[in-house]
Design a protein around this ligand. Sequence first.
Ligand SMILES: NC(=O)C1=CN([C@@H]2O[C@H](COP(=O)(O)OP(=O)(O)OC[C@H]3O[C@@H](n4cnc5c(N)ncnc54)[C@H](O)[C@@H]3O)[C@@H](O)[C@H]2O)C=CC1
Ligand SMILES: CC(=O)C(=O)O
Length: 316
Amino acid sequence: MSIDSRKVVVVGCGFVGSSSAFALMQSKLFSEMVLIDADHDRAEGEAMDISHGMAFASPMKIYAGSYDDITDAAVIVITAGANQKPDETRLDLIRKNSAIMKSIIGEIKKRPFEGILLIVSNPVDILTYIALKESGYPANRVIGSGTVLDTGRFRYELGEHLGVDSRSIHAFIIGEHGDSELAAWSEARVGGMPINDFCELRGHYDHEASMEKIFNSVKNSAYEIIARKHATYYGIAMAVCRICAAIVRNEQSILPVSSLMTGEYGLENVVLSIPAVVDENGIETVVPIELNETELSKLQQSAAVLKKVIAEFYPD
Ligand SMILES: NC(=O)C1=CN([C@@H]2O[C@H](COP(=O)(O)OP(=O)(O)OC[C@H]3O[C@@H](n4cnc5c(N)ncnc54)[C@H](O)[C@@H]3O)[C@@H](O)[C@H]2O)C=CC1
Ligand SMILES: CC(=O)C(=O)O
């Protein structure tokens, strides 16, 4: 079965799945999009609604389908599962969503599929690990959206603080997509300048206080949004589009997706985010950026948090 690089499948058509589908339609990356949901009517309604925008975008076949439609897709985006309620962490979702992920991977595995699995449902790092184990696919083909969203939030916050286009900022949030994540401050650059030098250029000298404020705002974004509107979906939809573009356009873009660690920073058998080169094969290679001692220790603590949860599912 050959891969059709113009075909994408979205599994789960709730807030995140439908927003991602809407963003993907507007991105013009694909000419065919299959929507799958446990609630087939919902998938049908979303396919109809999104299709009605086509006259203002580009021709595309969008339909509610089944797992029999996945075989030649380039990417399957999985957004199915419960979202956080106020006061819930992402890790609190693991019981419900691990069962959902296992059932979806079970369906996918019954069919030939050679494309990329892009996991978005939370807790994304643990569910990506489960998808990897249950599918048996090579690690390069199973990617989590990881901290691509958090990194987008980080660049946005820094851009606001510094009065500069966030696209001119190279800075990453790494580790868990969740409460143990960290900012790789020591590698952050604005227009090629070390970040603190750029801050001083803009008249900001209170580095420690600003760093803490900006990082906390990024880390707590989901909680703040969920408290106000019950779910987050537009930011992640844009992140899904960005990752899909890197894959189907074979861009070799560096994105902090969630991937299997194989010795980087002394970490193994855990899935988390560090920057990686993303191309048509998924993860081409991870990019183990230099971290200072504090950052390295925080990354290792983040991995330990994730490993503890993984051990509940796959005790060795
Ligand atoms: N990785 C990230 O950065 C982000 C992840 N998320 C996560 O995305 C997930 C989805 O969130 P929402 O869309 O807000 O939830 P939602 O409740 O609006 O939608 C979930 C959808 O999944 C469907 N579903 C449930 N079981 C299914 C199955 N076995 N097969 C197919 N479809 C199934 C439901 O019918 C529903 O339509 C959550 O886990 C949420 O935490 C949300 C935002 C950002
Ligand atoms: C819900 C979630 O994971 C986020 O918005 O970051």
